[in-house]
Design a protein around this ligand. Structure first.
Ligand code: DQA
Length: 147
């Protein structure tokens, strides 16, 4: 069974209490469970992680490159300025889908640019936790079939 890394950047551990009008009231653990359920439907395993630390998320991206693991990535605020994360992702060896819970294009102008988008296969934004469901589906579709 293929494993997909689901990586979450800064402040996403605060889901549930963080700006609920923007991000909803469900928690990061709810998101983890939703990803695990979707992955099971797709015949995938999920390794779900969150960090507020740029060096830690970069180390996870290096690990994914070394292990040929696909990534669903919510870079959170790193989306908008982390060239270090972007350069790490450029070394990827498996599919990468960028996700956002909110729709950054409909928010403040500093959120309109993603430095990550150009090195991803695609971006899914604005569907709440559904963005992750769609991203896992996209990863499943990109992986070679069993037969
Ligand atoms: C976010 C959008 C980003 O602009 C923001 O910095 C986040 C969350 C989202 O999932 O909607 O932390 O990535």
């Amino acid at each position: 069974m293929r494993t997909v890394l689901v990586l979450n950047g800064p402040n996403l551990a605060r889901l549930g209490s963080r700006e609920p009008d923007v991000y909803g009231t469900a928690t990061l653990d709810d998101l983890r469970k939703a990803c695990a359920a979707t992955a099971a439907e797709l015949g995938l395993a999920v390794d779900f992680r969150q960090t507020d630390d740029e060096s830690e998320i970069i180390a996870w991206v290096h690990e994914a490159a070394d292990r040929q693991l696909p990534i669903v990535l919510n870079p959170a605020a790193f989306t908008h300025y982390s060239y270090a994360l972007r350069d790490a992702l450029a070394m990827r060896t498996a599919p990468l889908v960028e996700v956002h819970i909110s729709n950054p294009a409909a928010r403040e102008s500093f959120r309109h640019n993603s430095v990550v988008a150009a090195v991803a296969d695609g971006t899914i934004a604005g569907f709440g936790f559904g963005s992750y469901r769609l991203a896992l589906r996209a990863i499943a579709d990109m992986l070679p079939g069993d037969g």
